[in-house]
Design a protein around this ligand. Structure first.
Ligand SMILES: Nc1ncnc2c1ncn2[C@@H]1O[C@H](COP(=O)(O)OP(=O)(O)O)[C@@H](O)[C@H]1O
Ligand SMILES: N[C@@H](CC(=O)OP(=O)(O)O)C(=O)O
Length: 450
């Protein structure tokens, strides 16, 4: 019996009938028993998020109609009499009931209901994938991820319970080893109380990694719309090159600093379980891809560049900070209470500058700078907010330990002012902030020297 593989297909690979059929071919070409984990069809989750924040019924109905259209398009290559049309109609009916409800006023209820709403994207796409698959193969089943992946009740950004998930995956492991073809949903899980949860935007990679670990899989294959991890986002720089290999640590840094191709959390379960991760193109699997390994053959000092747009720089200035203890603890406590995660930090005698990831929060419809939080900060400090910044990360190995790359960065950025620069906390990156509109050009200049 060959070891189990997990194949994850992202929203771009699930965009329409033709793309889904290409994914089925990819899976059918694999020799190993594979669990397929799918994301919602491209554009569906964004619309579901928009529904959950929209206060007008007309807007909600319009978004719902667009979702139905996306699914009908995706099902268009299936015979009219196929049961999937009936299944989709049932799911759409359930979704419509949620769409018609006015948004809840209680934030905690709202979060729980939002996760229920967001789950429909993957619930529909998994059904579509399984149906296309069953056109060419027997014994295709859909496993509800909510009976496999157990999480806490942190709706919108739930954390997995690895032990319980493992227990819940025992039957699935058996089924796969007996040759069953199983499709499940990425992104969604269930709390112990049985409520639907989601793992955060882009979380299907994370689901796939958690399930791969729970199934003792040998390899996790992430199939997307690019032939692997590139030296930088090929949409920014046409000169970007695919990387044959990259280390877990470098890939994690790339993902954290904006390379959408991989979810930042997805590597942890893979590292812990020693699972190899491969990233490839679902339309052109023959192009090869990137293997993420603990020890790649080469460890160049600069491997790749990443960019995260829409960064907010918060500068908190207070003379109380001078020689004071507990100041940072107080500041971070306030941020944590408002669920704000901090990225880069620099400090001086009386001020601290930190970046907050606005793009990620906006994708979830959240405000990055709630007034109540700013009021609490203003009780003991002056607060300055700068927006419209891009974080550029230079990623590699032993950065700052053997030779200094900052002159190279400063030269590429010049004459654009650098608002903040961070190096030293990790051997794998150097990060800096510049105005959003200047970032692409700087990346191209830096990339030309890679
Ligand atoms: N370093 C990188 N290498 C490859 N792709 C990258 C990189 N940085 C950003 N990307 C972007 O990530 C996209 C794939 O991620 P995403 O759109 O989330 O795919 P999926 O729908 O498969 O989850 C690519 O189209 C590419 O533009
Ligand atoms: N559908 C979810 C989960 C996901 O991972 O999607 P994708 O694989 O298309 O990034 C989202 O859009 O957030």
């Amino acid at each position: 019996m060959l070891p189990i593989h997990v194949a994850k297909f992202g929203g771009t690979s699930m965009a329409d009938a033709e793309s889904i059929q290409a994914c089925v071919e990819v899976v059918e070409r694999q020799n190993n028993p594979s669990l397929v984990v799918v994301s919602a069809c491209a554009g569906v989750t964004n619309r579901l998020v928009a529904i959950s924040y929209s206060h007008t019924q007309t807007e909600r109905q319009r978004l719902f109609d667009e979702i139905v259209d996306i699914h009908c398009q995706a099902a268009s290559a299936l015979p009219k009499e196929n049961a999937v049309h009936h299944h989709l109609a049932q799911l759409h009916q359930l979704l419509h009931m949620l769409v018609q409800q006015a948004p809840d006023t209680l934030e905690s209820h709202q979060r729980q209901k939002r996760d229920e709403l967001l789950s429909f994207g993957e619930r529909c796409s998994s059904r579509l994938f399984a149906t296309y698959w069953s056109q060419t193969a027997a014994d295709v089943e859909v496993a509800d991820a909510r009976s496999l992946l157990v999480t806490n009740s942190h709706f919108g950004n739930a954390s997995p319970d690895i032990g319980k998930t493992r227990e819940h995956c025992a039957d699935l492991r058996e089924q796969l080893s007996q040759g069953a073809r199983v499709v499940t949903q990425g992104f969604i899980g269930s709390s112990e109380e049985g409520n639907t949860t989601t793992l955060g935007r882009g979380g299907s990679d994370y689901s796939a990694a958690i399930l791969a670990s729970a199934l003792d899989a040998e390899q996790l294959n992430i199939w997307t719309d690019v032939a692997g991890i590139y030296t930088t986002d090929p949409r920014i720089c046409s000169e970007a090159r695919p990387l044959e290999q990259i280390s877990f640590a470098e890939a994690a840094e790339l993902a954290t600093f904006g390379a959408k191709v991989l979810h930042p959390k997805s590597l942890k379960p893979a590292i812990e379980s020693g699972i190899k991760v491969f990233v490839g193109h679902s339309r052109y699997p023959e192009k090869g891809g990137t293997l993420i390994l603990p020890e790649p053959d080469e460890r160049p000092s600069i491997r790749a560049l990443a960019r995260r747009k829409n960064q907010t720089l918060l500068t908190v200035n207070s003379v109380d900070m001078l020689h004071a203890t507990g100041f940072l603890a107080r500041l971070f406590d306030i941020l944590a209470r408002y669920d704000i995660s901090v990225d880069l930090v620099t400090t001086s005698e009386v001020s601290i500058a930190l970046t907050l990831d606005e793009e990620g929060s906006q994708a979830n419809g959240l405000s990055m700078l709630p007034e109540a939080m700013l009021d609490e900060l203003r009780e003991f400090a002056t607060v300055t907010i700068e927006q419209g910044l891009s974080l550029i990360a230079v990623i590699g190995n032993d950065i700052g330990h053997f030779g200094d790359i900052s002159p190279w960065v400063l030269e590429a950025a010049s004459p654009v002012p650098i608002r903040l620069i961070c190096q030293g906390a990790s051997r794998h990156n150097l990060c800096f902030l510049v105005a959003d509109e200047k970032a692409e050009n700087i990346i191209k200049k830096l990339h030309a020297k890679l």
